[in-house]
Design a protein around this ligand. Structure first.
Ligand SMILES: *Cc1c(COP(=O)(O)O)cnc(C)c1O
Length: 370
């Protein structure tokens, strides 16, 4: 197969080294029939190197495989690392599309600025995504709610133990076919309210998509599991009063009067692209939406009184996940056995219909990759 041509003009020129031993068509078909999440990877990956002297260079598509790392590589010690998460969706006519990829590119640049990493121009980001998906297009599954998950990431690769921003950085993109998040139908999750741990503090890295935020949330995740919960909700690190988000998903509350409320961006919440898209889609569905502070007692009392009729979490990986139960140290509210709410499912449907090309893209959110 020839190197695919790109439909825009990135500054970087990519070289291509095809994988001499790609996964066989038979094995790939087996994988795509039951991909799970993040377990299998395609035949290629993209790599771009940055150095303080020359900027971005050595843009290449290479066979997927291990990366050699010096034990003194800065990222292994000081966690100077950021990432993105997005999906390529196969439409009914066989074409493959990304959902608002420029938004991911812009967010990667914002995360980079916060972690003192170099900003990769959005055009080069888009080119990297497109090149990988075009090359490995046969890895994009076509089953219901399946997709090719794309994981661009950037890390400090300089071999140096001194504490300062790395003078050498690598940007990689890998891709993994993923199945429907809910294989046995959409089930509400239980949420553990963390009061012992915080995810992000004012002035910290909460608004950046960095591995360190996830590492900081894992102890709370263990606590959640010990209390029979799948996810953790973090409150603001100061007063432990305001609802922020889950470890990797934003939150929405549906009020009895139909109004949708989501915690306002405070500098400690990650600005999800799913969250932003729902703000716009909900208005089109005739729902009133509000971004504001949400107190934890408003949530607790709201489920008990019925003022809050539905709660859901949102993010690229799981799209929209209904929240059934809130559990805290000393009590719980709601039930995990009630089905997903009507408003939750209506918004979810609108979003996936758009992503899979079943409704017209009136926002110009979809970008064709192949
Ligand atoms: C990635 C992420 C989200 C969801 O963002 P999307 O762009 O919607 O996928 C929410 N919270 C955190 C902490 C995240 O890292």
């Amino acid at each position: 197969m020839d190197v695919p041509t790109l439909n825009h003009s990135p500054a970087l020129k990519f070289s291509t080294t095809r994988n001499p031993t790609p996964v066989s068509a038979e094995r790939r078909a087996e994988i795509l029939a039951e991909p799970g999440f993040g377990r299998y990877f395609t035949d290629h990956m993209v790599s771009i190197t940055w150095t303080a002297d020359t900027g971005w260079h050595d843009a290449e598509l290479v066979p997927y495989g291990p990366i050699a790392m010096d034990p003194a590589s800065a990222v292994l010690h000081y966690a100077q690392e950021i990432f993105e998460g997005m999906k390529a969706y196969r439409h009914a006519d066989g074409s493959v599309w990304a959902f608002r990829p420029e938004a991911n590119g812009r967010r990667l640049a914002r995360s980079a600025a916060r972690l003192a990493l170099p900003e990769l121009p959005v055009e080069d980001f888009l080119a990297s995504i497109e090149l990988l998906v075009r090359t490995d297009h046969e890895w994009v599954p076509s089953g219901a709610e399946t997709s090719l998950y794309l994981r661009p990431f950037m890390y400090a690769s300089e071999v140096f133990l001194g504490v300062r921003p790395s003078n050498e950085v690598r940007y990689l993109v890998i891709a993994s076919p993923v199945g429907p998040y809910f294989s046995g139908g959409i089930k509400p999750v239980s949420i553990w309210l963390s009061t012992q741990y915080s995810r992000a503090a004012v002035g910290g890295t909460g608004a950046a998509k960095c591995g360190g935020n996830y590492a900081a949330g894992l102890a709370a995740q263990l606590e959640a599991a010990a209390h029979g919960c799948e996810q953790v909700c973090f409150l603001d690190a100061g007063a432990q009063r305001w609802v922020e988000e889950l470890g990797g998903m934003n939150l929405y509350f549906v009020h009895r009067n139909g109004k949708l409320v989501t915690p306002e961006l405070s500098g400690t919440i990650l600005e999800g692209i799913t969250r932003s898209s729902i703000l716009e889609l909900a208005k089109e569905l005739g729902l009133e939406v509000e971004e504001r502070k949400v107190g934890i007692e408003e949530w607790r009392d709201g489920i008990v009184s019925g003022e809050i009729s539905e709660v859901f979490a949102c993010g690229t990986a799981a799209v929209i996940t209904p929240v059934g139960r809130l559990v805290w140290d000393g009590g719980s509210a709601g039930s995990a056995s009630t089905g997903p709410g009507e408003v939750t499912m209506r918004i979810r449907q609108a979003l996936v219909d758009l992503q899979y090309g079943r409704t017209p893209d009136t926002h110009g959110w979809m970008r064709r990759l192949t």
